[in-house]
Design a protein around this ligand. Structure first.
Ligand code: DX5
Ligand code: ZN
Length: 226
């Protein structure tokens, strides 16, 4: 089944409680953390995550766009994250993408997240090839393919990322079929279909969900159930 993870980056923060109620039929809640260093934008962090955790039992899908994710994993786990996804480029900025081998740094960060009792996700920028994350799929709970450059909501979907979704889907089916495959950025009814055809099973959507009055109906439409 296709899962929908609305990104609260696009929510109205003056009434976050109501915004979260309005997406009650979503599967996950996507929580974008930006540090102003790994990406050129700053969003929100621990206090907001704790507040969201206090009002929902839904799976909190935390996307870390930060440097040194391993240093913060335990704190995000304690603040209420269920899935903690970090960028491979934050751990291995100099890795040779043409000939990737599994690195201890990336493995250790995955293990740190698991030792907190949380699910571990790995994500990659649009310019990073699928081969960079494939060596870790056997130990991951989720791979997130960025379908826009991370840092801002409301950007246009990059069609060139679709072949990467297919490539990673094939690797997941081969080595760890339980691993989820999520896409994030510029997702709407049209691009959702393309991503699902390419093999994604979790769709993040920010503006597309929060800009419509009937979020519940829109979530069902994105899921492909109407
Ligand atoms: C971008 C974030 C996304 C963003 C998606 O850096 O990772 O999660 O909120 O926003 P939309 O769906 O509006 O493109
Ligand atoms: Zn995100």
């Amino acid at each position: 089944m296709i899962k929908i993870s609305p990104s609260i980056l696009a929510a109205d923060f003056t009434k976050l409680g109501n915004e979260i109620e309005s997406i009650a039929n979503a599967d996950y809640i996507h929580f974008d953390v930006m540090d102003g260093v790994f990406v050129r934008n700053i969003s929100f962090g621990f206090p907001v995550l704790e507040s969201v955790r206090a009002i929902t039992d839904k799976t909190l899908d935390v996307h870390l766009m930060i440097q040194s994710p391993s240093q913060y994993a335990a704190k995000f786990a304690a603040a209420g994250a269920d899935i903690i996804t970090f960028h491979i480029e934050a751990e291995e900025p100099d890795v040779s993408w043409l000939n990737p081998v599994a690195s201890d740094r990336v493995r250790n960060t995955i293990d740190t997240i698991h030792s907190c009792g949380k699910k571990a996700g790995l994500t990659l920028r649009p310019s990073t090839p699928a081969a960079a994350v494939i060596p870790y799929i056997d130990r991951l709970d989720l791979v997130l393919v960025m379908t826009v450059e991370p840092g801002y909501g409301g950007q246009e979907f990059l069609p060139r990322t679709l072949s990467k979704v297919s490539e990673i889907r094939a690797a997941i089916d081969r080595v760890n079929p339980k691993c989820e495959l999520e896409v994030d950025g510029g997702i709407n009814i049209e691009t959702a279909k393309l991503c699902v055809s390419a093999g994604a099973n979790v769709l993040v959507a920010g503006i597309d969900v929060f800009s419509v009055p009937d979020r519940a109906a829109h979530i069902e439409e994105l899921r492909g159930s109407v």
